[in-house]
Design a protein around this ligand. Structure first.
Ligand code: C2O
Ligand code: CU
Length: 627
C-alpha cells in the first residue's frame, strides 16, 4: 500500500481504536454495575462485552499493522506511533486479550476483568491526542504528560472498582493530578509559544541584508514603475472581478527584458488596508531585492515606494508577486509575469498565466484580459511556439496539449532536455512554470488546464478535445544538465504535517514543519559554497509545493526513485511522498522557504534559510507579514 493510503487508513484506525475501546470499557462498567445489583443476565452482558473487546483488539491489531507498514516507508511516518501511542496501548490491550477476554467468555465480571479494557480506552484516547498534536520528531512535552495521565487514570479506576459505594478519595486525587498536569502542560506550552510583539529572525552577523542589493551603477537599465491599487478587472467574458492590481491590471504588466540588462522596478502603493512588496519568484536576485517583509525590507505602505534593482543574468520564465499577506493579496491579483530572453524571441513566444479569479480558472496572455473559458489566437502553420505557462494559483494544475507533439523545454525557468510528448499530460505545481514548445501544425492545437485553455488555430479546422492522456513524472522527464553532487556539507529534514499547534498562543489546526509553525520552525543554517541536502517528507493528505527563495534545488529523488536530475524552484511533494533535493549555497542572505499553497504557508508551513554571517535589521511586527 502507498504511504498516502496508509496515512489515511491510520487516521481512520486512530478513531476506530478509540471509539471501540471506549464502547468496550463503557459497556463493561454498565454491565458490571447491573450484574452487581442483580439486574440483567450476566452471561448475555458478558458476551456483548467480549464482542466489543474483540472488536477493539482487532482495530488495535490493524493500527499495529499500519504502523509497521508506515515504518517501512520511512521512520518519519511511524515514529510517534511506534514510540508513544502503541507502547501506551499495547500492554493493557494484550492484558485485555489474555485476562479479560477469557473471563468474560466464562461470564465473569469483576475488577480484574474490567481494568484492562478501561485502561486501553484511556490509552486509545491518548493515541488520539498524539495523532492530533504530535508529528515528527517526538515532542517530549506531550510524552511526559500522556504516560502519567494513562497510568493515573488506570490507578483511579482500579481504586473505584475495588471499593463498594461511591468513588473514593484516590479517584479524586488521581483525577486532580491528571487535570493539573494537563493544565500545567498547556500553560507552559502556550507561554513557550507566545511571540514578542516584534521578532528579529537574524540579528547576529557581520553582513546586513540591506548591503546585499543590486548594482547601483549600470549601463543597460530597463526601468518600470508598478503601482499597487485596488481595481475592478474585466475577464474576457466581460465579467467584472474586484481585485488588487498592479497598474489596474491583473496579471500586472508583463515585464520582459533581455539577458544582461539591469532591471529597475519602482514599486508604489495606493493600498489603504495593507502593505505590498515585490518578490521575484524563482529569480536569484541579491537578498536585499527579494521582497520579503520583515526579512529583507519593510512592507511598502500607502504613499510609500521601494526600488528593486538587479541584473537579469538568468534567462527564462519567472513571475513576480507581493509577499505581504500573500495568501490573500496574491490570490486577489497582486502578481505578474517576468520573462528574461537570451536572444530575440522568435515565432509565438508568450507567457501564459493560470490564475483563479472569482472562482473561475483563467488563462491570461501578456497584457490581455484573463480568459474565463478559451483564449484564442490565430497562427500560421510552421510558426515556432513557446508557451511559458505559469501556475500562479495555490493548487496544482494539469497541463495537456492536444493536436501536436510537444516538449517541455524548461522547468521553473531553467532548460531541460527531454523527450517528445504525444498526448501525455504534466502536473504543474503551484508557483511553477513549464515552457511548452512545438511547431504550429496546419490544424488547431489546444493547450488545456482543467476547463480553461488556449486554442491556437491556423484559421481552419475544428478544435481538438482537451488531452486526457497519462501523467508524466516531471522528476524523470529530462535532465537539467547538472550531475548530482557526490557529497554534501550538510543535511536537513523537513517533515511536513497537519497538526494542532500553537499559533499566536492559541491551539489551532496548522500546517507544520518538524512539528512547529512559523516563525518557530528552526531555520536551515548554510554557508556560502556548500552543497546542502534536504529530505522533504509529506505526512499529510495534501500536496505541498515547496519553494525556497533565491535558489533552485536539484531534485535527486522522489520516493526513492532517482530523478533525471532536474532543477526546480517549486516542487510538489505529494501526500506520503519523500523528496530528496540538493541546494547549492551561492546566494548569501536570509531567505524564506515555504509551501506555495499559500493558505498552508499562512497556517505555519514557512521557514527560512539563514546564511552564516548575514543579519537582518527588519522585524516581523504589526506591518510585516511575509507568510
Ligand atoms: Cu512565490 Cu515566497 O513565493
Ligand atoms: Cu502545503
Amino acid at each position: 500500500m502507498s504511504a498516502a493510503a496508509l496515512i489515511a487508513l491510520d487516521r481512520i484506525l486512530v478513531i476506530l481504536v478509540a471509539v471501540s475501546w471506549g464502547f468496550a470499557g463503557g459497556h463493561l462498567l454498565l454491565s458490571h454495575a447491573a450484574v452487581r445489583e442483580g439486574r440483567g443476565a450476566a452471561r448475555r452482558a458478558a458476551w456483548w462485552s467480549a464482542a466489543l473487546v474483540a472488536l477493539a483488539l482487532l482495530a488495535t491489531a490493524g493500527r499495529l499493522a499500519t504502523t509497521v507498514a508506515l515504518a517501512g516507508h520511512g521512520w518519519w511516518f511511524a515514529a510517534e506511533k511506534a514510540l508513544l501511542a502503541l507502547p501506551l496501548l499495547l500492554p493493557p490491550a494484550l492484558a485485555a486479550a489474555a485476562l479479560s477476554l477469557p473471563r468474560l467468555l466464562r461470564g465473569h465480571f469483576g475488577p480484574l476483568t474490567l481494568i484492562f479494557p478501561i485502561t486501553s480506552a484511556y490509552a486509545a484516547a491518548a493515541g488520539v491526542v498524539v495523532a492530533l498534536g504530535m508529528g515528527y520528531p517526538l515532542s517530549p512535552y506531550l510524552s511526559v504528560v500522556l504516560a502519567p495521565a494513562v497510568l493515573g487514570g488506570a490507578l483511579a479506576t482500579w481504586s473505584m472498582l475495588t471499593r463498594t459505594g461511591p468513588p473514593g478519595r484516590a479517584w479524586r486525587v488521581a483525577g486532580a493530578v491528571v487535570a493539573l498536569s494537563a493544565l500545567a502542560w498547556s500553560g507552559l506550552s502556550m507561554w513557550n509559544a507566545r511571540l514578542p510583539s516584534s521578532l528579529r529572525l537574524a540579528s547576529a552577523g557581520s553582513v546586513d541584508v540591506t548591503a546585499l542589493r543590486g548594482p547601483a551603477d549600470a549601463t543597460r537599465v530597463r526601468r518600470f514603475t508598478l503601482t499597487a491599487r485596488p481595481a475592478v478587472i474585466r475577464l474576457a467574458s466581460g465579467r467584472g472581478v474586484e481585485a488588487l492590481t498592479f497598474d489596474g491590471r491583473s496579471p500586472g504588466p508583463a515585464l520582459r527584458v533581455r539577458q544582461g540588462e539591469t532591471v529597475e522596478v519602482r514599486l508604489r502603493s495606493l493600498l489603504a488596508d495593507r502593505g505590498v512588496t515585490l518578490h521575484w519568484h524563482g529569480y536569484h536576485v541579491p537578498n536585499g531585492e527579494d521582497g520579503v517583509p520583515g526579512l529583507t525590507q519593510n512592507a511598502v505602505r500607502e504613499g510609500g515606494e521601494f526600488v528593486y534593482r538587479f541584473r537579469a543574468d538568468q534567462p527564462g520564465s519567472y513571475w513576480y508577486h507581493t509577499h505581504e499577506t500573500p495568501n490573500r493579496a496574491l490570490q486577489a491579483g497582486l502578481f505578474g509575469i517576468f520573462t528574461v530572453d537570451p536572444v530575440t524571441p522568435e515565432g509565438f513566444d508568450e507567457p501564459v498565466a493560470l490564475h483563479t479569479f472569482g472562482g473561475a480558472l483563467t488563462v491570461a496572455l501578456a497584457d490581455a484580459p484573463p480568459a474565463d473559458g478559451l483564449a484564442t489566437r490565430t497562427l500560421s502553420p510552421g510558426t515556432p511556439v513557446r508557451l511559458r505557462v505559469a501556475n500562479t494559483d495555490n493548487a496544482p494544475h494539469t497541463l495537456g496539449v492536444s493536436g501536436v507533439p510537444y516538449r517541455i523545454a524548461a522547468v521553473d525557468g531553467l532548460p531541460v532536455t527531454g523527450r517528445t510528448l504525444r498526448d501525455e499530460r504534466a502536473q504543474l505545481a503551484a508557483g511553477g512554470r513549464y515552457d511548452l514548445v512545438f511547431t504550429m501544425p496546419s490544424r488547431p492545437v489546444l493547450m488545456s488546464a482543467g476547463a480553461a485553455g488556449l486554442l491556437l488555430t491556423p484559421g481552419v479546422g475544428a478544435a481538438p478535445a482537451p488531452s486526457t492522456g497519462p501523467l508524466i513524472d516531471i522528476t524523470r522527464y529530462g535532465s537539467g544538465g547538472t550531475e548530482a553532487p557526490r557529497r554534501f556539507d550538510r543535511s536537513y529534514t523537513w517533515v511536513l504535517d497537519r497538526l494542532i499547534a500553537l499559533r499566536g498562543g492559541v491551539p489551532r489546526l496548522s500546517h507544520t514543519v518538524n512539528g512547529q509553525v512559523w516563525p518557530r520552525v528552526a531555520p536551515a543554517l548554510v554557508k556560502q559554497g556548500e552543497w546542502i541536502r534536504f529530505t522533504v517528507v509529506n505526512r499529510g493528505g495534501e500536496p505541498h509545493p515547496m519553494h525556497p527563495h533565491g535558489h533552485h534545488v536539484l531534485v535527486l529523488s522522489r520516493d526513492g526513485v532517482k530523478a533525471a536530475p532536474i532543477w526546480m524552484d517549486s516542487f510538489d511533494v505529494g501526500p506520503g511522498e519523500v523528496w530528496e533535493v540538493a541546494l547549492r549555497a551561492g546566494n548569501p542572505g536570509v531567505w524564506l522557504a515555504h509551501c506555495h499553497e499559500l493558505t498552508h504557508a499562512a497556517e505555519g508551513m514557512t521557514l527560512h534559510l539563514a546564511y552564516d554571517g548575514v543579519r537582518s535589521p527588519f522585524a516581523l511586527d504589526g506591518h510585516n507579514h511575509p507568510e
